[in-house]
Design a protein around this ligand. Sequence first.
Ligand code: DSN
Length: 415
Amino acid sequence: MTYETVRESDPAVADALEDERTRQNETLAMIASENHVSEAVMEAQSSELTNKYAEGYPGERYYGGCEYADEVEEIAIDRAKELWGADHVNVQPHSGSQANMGVYLAMLEPGDKILSLDLTHGGHLSHGHPANFAGQVYEVEQYEVDDETGYIDYEQLRETAAEFEPDIIVSGYSAYPREIEWETIQDAADAVDAYHLADIAHITGLVAAGVHSSPVGIADFVTGSTHKTIRAGRGGIIMCDEEYADDIDAAVFPGSQGGPLMHNVAGKAVGFGEALAPEFEQYAQQTVDNARALGDRLQEHGLDLVSDGTDNHLVLIDLRPSHPDTTGKDVEAALEEAGIVLNANTVPGETRSAFNPSGIRAGTPGLTTRGFDEAACEEIADLIYEIVDAPHDDSVIAEVSDRVDELTDEYPLYD
Ligand code: DSN
């Protein structure tokens, strides 16, 4: 894909788009929620469907001219059903947060109760943080991970549920490196007659490929975003049993959204098609293998991993035990200067602030799409360690940056 036409009409935007492509090509994307979609997904996302209003659902639209929008949406839905095995799928949410909003709107009344994981322990804003609508419209109580083990404290979850009597329990996380026990959480929800929403935004691809267990068929609602491990471009998705289908669809449109972003629905359709190919299973398994290799090597350097390792696509490093005077932001900034892009993250028992926390989160979905294997991830762990150990040393940053240049040349991304 070139930006020649954009350049002719708008050089400033063309410059920024080309710079962003260069940035992605020349850096290592290790933000655990990011990935690199295929050129086919990007082409579909930039199609003429961006012009089309298609309020409603296939066969029941409020505007004419929707026959091809219908085709695309039906393909996306059918492929999603095949990938995740859900009875009903809504592919219109603009994002994972919008998907969660759709479920809350469908099933809760203002003032109803949400029980979810604390943000600083790996939860998400849309699970009920006070700065988010979910924390403002609903009453929220939170469960935590065990400070010692870093694993979800399922006993505390059960006890909190019994005391708080939530209307919905939210599982699925943004910074949790371990396999999630969906059935244990479902049991806790059943015990208090609450709904269970499993937000698999981060692990959509791992679940589709069977390298993480699936909450579909266990939880009442499964939401996700479509641009992370599933690599299908920006957007969200809701899955549920047929009994909730009408309520969910009505909560997405007209409840919380207007016209669907049909160009993004086309991207989802193409990306889901790619994920149905047998190679995708290898991709998902390699993503997990790479995260394990990265984590093991970081531990060999003496860095502390929350939960002592990983079962999925990310590792969460607690800097306090090994580098008590170094903050996540220090490391994030130094790594970015060297061409490794990840994010500072809170850790369980956080003693600093959410803005300048004590940890860093590193993921392998983007590296794996690029073709990196375990050996390359071990080397990246070495580079990360060098920077963690000397975040203000310009000569170390320059050395790491040179090696990142070699690695990005060796594993090319977009032409
Ligand atoms: N922003 C995403 C993440 O980084 O986890 C979640 O929405």
